[in-house]
Write a protein that binds this ligand. Structure first.
Ligand SMILES: NC(=O)c1ccc[n+]([C@@H]2O[C@H](COP(=O)([O-])OP(=O)(O)OC[C@H]3O[C@@H](n4cnc5c(N)ncnc54)[C@H](O)[C@@H]3O)[C@@H](O)[C@H]2O)c1
Length: 666
């Protein structure tokens, strides 16, 4: 059968032969055995409802086995036989071009070169699922093949509920992931209801079909490192020969050395897992590697003397590096940490004084002892960071719960008021006030032709647009624009594409709309050979309510509300998005964040121009308005500027209260 025929059949007419999972891929960890016997029956019945009753006797044993072995029912038997990757759009059988673009995006999220655990349909973050099982994938692809431009497909946590009549202006697909009644939104609930097959953790861009591989992280990390140096050294001072010390060479953390190189500093990145460190070294994501701390000291001293731009991986515990740098009096200009402290007891953080193997053994066989070792280590970690910050290091939390877990362990990381942490998070100090408050966020696009020439042309178009904006830009955003011009001009050289022909570029509301509009014109003229999908990471200005990350620099008490992300998804859906999504969880965890995103297919028509202008305007300015109402200075400036530019925009502006008036309130 051809690829097209296999897509068209959805669930096959005949029971395919049994398949087992392939060891050449990374697989999701075994999930908790959490279901009661009654719930297990439900899980099996839920899985069987995708298939004709005549197959149930065979499938039931298999699904019981999968549930027992893996804690979930993935339905490996139904994995497709064709290769999984983003094909050029014309290879997808589909009535609707928009739907074909979505098929391409789904296959990219499941491409083994892109996805973390491809056979469990997990794109990234350990549990960021596109679908819960292969039946959902097969039915969804068939539905996307048949859907017309006056219908919408509704996706419930990976399950294709159905195609409903709508209109040409409606989204083709509406996605929800993990939406729960708030009282049922604890991590245990995710384990239970996901095992039953009724919900999934969509992370951010996994369940919304908008993941584009590691370049998204590299760009965000570069912006963070670059601006952290500006905070520390002052604008315009070169970070050559200055040290950024951090930990982690894993999934996201592995972007740190590359970002440090682009920012122009010396990056020292400790990684306890030698396989992870060596993998990043072999991939060229870090320049040098050493397993010997004495050698590291020599390398670093030489690099400082040479004012070098270099990244060095040290195979070992990061605390050893912090402590040795302290005794050697090596100045650390910038410090952070990207160990996986959102998961401290199950391998996210390795305690000092134990080898990697010893720690793994203790974790499996003596979990209580391991927990104590982690807490002792965190206290020591905090103490040595405090020594460095007393000497001038600028330390920031990288959204990995380092400060939270260090404080829980009794580490000295609280400020004098005993409420706030002593150090800021990267969103509080950098991404929030410098980027999100002005509307700068991770805009991205995918060339559905799959052509490198198209991607190159989009890079050039985007650079030209940003350069024209820089001419009259206010001083407050000129630096951001300049950084983004540099990024896009060097993007091709930095060889960041994995999977679909995609690009990420931080841009504000005006920039996003102007770039998208210029792409649309180029498609109309035939210079770009096929439609372009535009979208963004959910880690952005408006799409995400997350009190410890995206909205951590909201100080009016509203950071625990989720109105902004809900307005965003509704607002985008009737302004022209081709698909919209809203998720519970993502990044910081189930129950901790509400996040949403969109995809919009540009096809060169006047209709797509109208949609992009209306939707991108709202997609960014919704968040700026909310941030302005929270009295964030940058957003107040940005929204006033937008109201001048856009006469039909009226935003409620806060009256600022003199702090002295509030002093006497007890
Ligand atoms: N990069 C970003 O943009 C970003 C944004 C927000 C949050 N984060 C957070 O950063 C963390 C890391 O993410 P990831 O995908 O890289 O996770 P990961 O688990 O793939 O990598 C973390 C690495 O840290 C190493 N490690 C653990 N303890 C160590 C120690 N004491 N010394 C040296 N190395 C140690 C582990 O071996 C592992 O390879 C997560 O908590 C994530 O949520 C990252």
């Amino acid at each position: 059968m051809t690829f097209k025929e296999m897509i068209l059949q959805g669930i096959p007419d005949h029971l395919p032969s049994k398949k087992s999972r392939d060891d050449k891929y990374s697989h999701a960890p075994k999930r908790k055995d959490i279901l009661t016997p009654t719930e297990k029956k439900l899980a099996i019945a839920n899985a069987l409802r995708y298939f004709p009753a005549s197959w149930h006797a065979v499938l039931i044993e298999e699904f019981i086995e999968e549930l027992k072995l893996y804690g979930r029912i993935y339905m490996y038997r139904f994995m497709p036989d064709y290769e999984m990757y983003a094909r050029p759009i014309h290879e997808y059988p589909a009535v609707s071009k928009q739907a074909a673009a979505i098929m391409l995006m789904i296959q990219n999220n499941l491409d083994p070169a892109v996805a973390q655990h491809p056979q469990e349909l997990i794109t990234y973050g350990g549990n960021g699922a596109v679908f819960q099982n292969w039946a959902q994938y097969l039915i969804t692809m068939k539905y996307l093949d048949q859907i017309t431009d006056t219908q919408s497909l509704h996706m419930y946590s990976g399950h294709p509920m159905g195609i409903f009549p709508s209109s040409i202006d409606a989204p083709r697909v509406v996605v929800t992931n993990g939406m729960m009644i708030p009282n049922y939104s604890k991590p245990e609930d995710w384990e239970r209801y996901n095992a039953m097959g009724v919900t999934q953790y969509g992370q951010m861009t996994a369940g919304s079909y908008m993941y584009i591989g590691p370049q998204g992280i590299v760009h965000g990390t570069t912006i963070t490192v670059m601006n952290a140096f500006r905070k520390k050294l002052g604008a315009g001072v070169s970070p050559h020969g200055k040290i950024f010390l951090t930990a982690g060479l894993g999934g996201m953390s592995g972007a740190q050395p590359k970002a440090g190189n682009i920012a122009g500093c010396i990056t020292v990145c400790a990684e306890v897992n030698s396989a992870a460190a060596k993998k990043r070294y072999a991939q060229g994501w870090v320049d040098q590697l050493t397993e010997n701390i004495d050698e590291l000291i020599v390398m670093v001293k030489n690099a400082v003397a040479d004012k070098a731009v270099v990244s060095i991986a040290y195979v070992g515990n990061v605390i050893d590096v912090w402590e040795r740098f302290d005794t050697e009096n090596i100045t650390v200009d910038l410090g952070s940490d990207q160990t996986s402290l959102h998961n401290p007891w199950a391998g996210g953080y390795y305690p000092v004084g134990l080898s990697f193997e010893e720690a793994n053994e203790m974790m499996a066989n003596h979990p209580e002892q391991f927990k104590t070792a982690v807490q002792v280590s965190l206290r020591r970690h905090a103490e040595v960071i405090n020594k460095h910050t007393a000497k001038g290091t600028y330390f920031f939390d990288y959204g990995n719960a380092f400060l939270l877990e260090a404080s829980r362990a009794g580490g000295a990381v609280m400020s004098e008021n005993k409420i706030d942490f002593r150090y800021p998070s990267y969103v509080q100090d950098i991404l929030g006030p410098m980027c999100f408050d002005y509307g700068f966020g991770p805009f991205r696009w995918v060339c559905t032709s799959g052509s490198g020439a198209d991607l190159k042309l989009t890079d050039q178009i985007a650079a030209t647009v940003l350069e024209s904006m820089l001419v009259d830009a206010p001083a407050s955003i000129a630096q951001q624009l300049q950084d983004n011009i540099t990024w896009i001009k060097e993007a091709e050289k930095n060889k960041l594409v994995v999977g679909s022909k995609a690009r990420i570029l931080y841009a504000d509301a005006e920039g996003r709309a102007k770039i998208a509009s210029a792409f649309n014109d180029a498609i109309a003229k035939g210079d770009i050979t096929a439609p372009i999908v535009i979208g963004r990471d959910h880690h952005d200005v408006s799409g995400t309510d997350s009190p410890y990350r995206e909205t951590s620099n909201i100080y009016d008490g509203s950071k625990f509300t989720a109105d902004m992300s809900i307005h965003n998804v509704i607002g985008d859906s009737f302004r022209g998005a081709t698909w919209v999504s809203i998720h519970n969880g993502g990044g910081v965890g189930w129950g901790e964040v509400s996040n949403g995103g969109f995809g919009l297919v540009l096809d060169g028509t006047a209709a797509s121009k109208t949609k992009l202008e209306s939707m991108l305007f709202y997609d960014v300015n919704n968040g700026i308005a909310r941030r302005a109402w929270a009295r964030n200075t940058g957003s107040l400036e940005a929204i006033e500027r937008e109201m001048k530019r856009s006469p039909n925009l009226t935003v409620t502006i806060p009256n600022l209260v003199d702090e002295n008036l509030l002093q006497h309130i007890q």
